[in-house]
Design a protein around this ligand. Sequence first.
Ligand code: NDP
Length: 503
Amino acid sequence: MSETPLYPHIINGERREPLSGDYADVINPATGQVVGRAAMGNAADVDTAVSAARAAFDNREWRHMPPAQRSKVLYQCAQLVMANAQELIELEIGCSGATLTRASNMDIPAVADLWMNLAEAVKTYPFVEAQSPRPLPEQWHSQVWKEPVGVCGLITAWNFPLLLFGFKVGPALAAGNTIVLKPSELTPTSSIRLAEILQEALPPGVLNVVNGDGPSVGETMTLHPDIDKISFTGSTRIGKQIQANCATTLKRCTLELGGKGPGIVMSDANLDMVAQGALWGVYMNAGQACESGTRLLVHEDVYDSLLEKLAAKSAKVIVGNPADPTTGVGPMSTETHFHKVMGYIESGVAEGARVVCGGNQAQVPGCEGGFYVEPTVLADVSNDMQVAREEIFGPVLSVIKFSDVDEAIALANDSDYGLSAGVWTDDLVQAQQIARELRAGSIWINDWHMLRTDAPFGGYKASGYGREMGRHSIDAYVETKAVSMSFERAPERKAMHRIVHTQ
Ligand code: NDP
């Protein structure tokens, strides 16, 4: 019998046993089986990792590395991801229930592509910008420098462990920071292994990973006096706590939180395209994605015909073992989460929604230990129901009727969240006008999940702040310093000195 693989912390360039000696099982959500055991960290492990990251920051080798050289390192990191893709895909599927098609066609290529984009961006990023000189006689030049923030604490969620690793580690490295990353304790294996692989490209201590649960390792990081910045992806509830914790040491903080993406379907839209696209928008990763299109606002003229198409297409989506290449929708991340999603479906029905497809636990032969939900379409939802207001984080679409465009825009914006929003229509001029009114960080017209590694991604309102991906993501990992230099040596010609010196 093969031994269960162990995943220790990665600190100062090497595998490190947890100081407590504790490991916890990592469960495959598709089958309920143990796929590994990961180190459970505590505050002392965090201290060790932060000291390693601080030393790597202070010794200047990394933070003073010329951008052109750091660009090469980022390329090397991207190449290491591709060279180890097969192993990383298997780990990602095993710990998070990602489907094979998602992990191989989206996550791995996106991480490599993002890091290659950043490798290019870092060469032209304005790390030093000259201001126009002040005119003679008192010549004075100023520059604006962008410097790394310092030691960055990166806290990722369980829904896309590798992708979120890529979104945060890439720009933090591009800017010259050092890192302590905490993956979700539910899904740590792919992140720990990727960090181990990347050590080949990075000086020791630049990238450290401490696994452990949120309340101990995560919270310790947010309060740690020697961590300069936190970047977090997860729930809005924990995001608020993190922001409050960061305030105690005035840490920089960026938050990528929940969403309740509204898609507005105008009456001229191609309904076959909408049916397919809206289901892709909500069922990708079994709905466990913050930017999912979970509220479909449909014009009354096409409401019934679209519902028919949605129900027919939804019934054909294959729920199955994520490792099977034909699977479209995999399991819920945990049993607890499964019950939460089922509870939302029940609450929708109790509040008057109509199930037009799905609504039950799905049975997957050979995966009896996993927790699967049938792809579910709820009709006759009103925007004040719980299913329309809260993040379900499962394969559940709430369909809401509207009669005119102003009502649709008001419904779309009537949400605490503002991460993604979209419009389905053939009238692209009207689509642009609607896009201008929607209060969300990403607007998608006639499709969903149109994320690009060179375009910024992030939220309005309770969906957080700060942007990931693209060169804009580097902005979140730099401090801005103004450096001014006087070329005037004659004291009497320094105009501002007269404020103090009267003759
Ligand atoms: P959390 O927000 O609790 O977890 C996200 C990350 O934060 C994990 O690494 C978690 O660690 C860590 N964490 C938890 N508590 C703290 C803390 N006090 N201080 C610092 N870090 C902490 O999400 P859940 O896993 O509980 O999911 C709940 C809901 O949140 C989901 O159903 C979904 O609605 C939403 N969510 C949104 C995500 C997004 O992409 N924006 C991602 C994930 C969830 P650990 O898991 O190890 O305890």
